[in-house]
Write a protein that binds this ligand. Structure first.
Ligand code: FEO
Length: 164
């Protein structure tokens, strides 16, 4: 049985993952409006992945005898000044999520909750990957500059993404 503190922190992380899904779906909508189908697909799949992260936590809370308390999800940003800004926001957001996973892990260690420490290892690895991809996308956009053909190629490449 988890402590009240851990249960609250897991529910907070659950909300953050649902917000991430909503945030990336908003980015997908931004690209749909620009008719950049590859970018739109990539962000839609990213939103699906975040939903799956949330459900991993949802299932874990029940597995360990806790209770899920769903809170309201904040409204995400809906407008960006440039495509680069979207990717910069993504990178910044993932860094925030990493911080909150690390805080949750610190709390689990201090509460001597070994099961939750173990559960969170997957998220620690996942965040390394998420940050690396977000940073790579920022670098690519910076390299592209104003190149329309570069943008077309990147749209094509991102559109080939499949979730495992
Ligand atoms: Fe679930 Fe991208 O953090």
């Amino acid at each position: 049985m988890m402590s009240q503190k851990i249960q609250e922190a897991l529910n907070k992380q659950l909300n953050a993952e649902f917000f991430s899904s909503y945030f990336y779906l908003s980015m997908s909508a931004y690209f749909e409006a620009k008719d950049l189908q590859g970018f739109a697909k990539w962000f839609r799949l990213q939103a699906d992945e975040e939903y799956a992260h949330a459900m991993k936590i949802f299932n874990y809370i029940y597995q360990i005898g806790g209770a899920v308390k769903l809170d309201k999800i904040g409204g995400p940003k809906t407008e960006w000044n440039s495509i680069l800004e979207v990717f910069l926001d993504t990178f910044e957001h993932e860094q925030k999520i990493t911080k909150s996973i690390n805080n949750l892990l610190d709390l689990s260690i201090s509460e001597k909750d070994h099961a939750t420490v173990n559960f969170l290892q997957w998220f620690v690895s996942e965040q390394v990957e998420e940050e690396a991809i977000a940073q790579q996308n920022v670098k690519r956009m910076e390299m592209l500059g104003d190149s329309k053909s570069g943008l077309f190629m990147l749209d094509k490449e991102l559109g080939s993404r499949v979730n495992q």
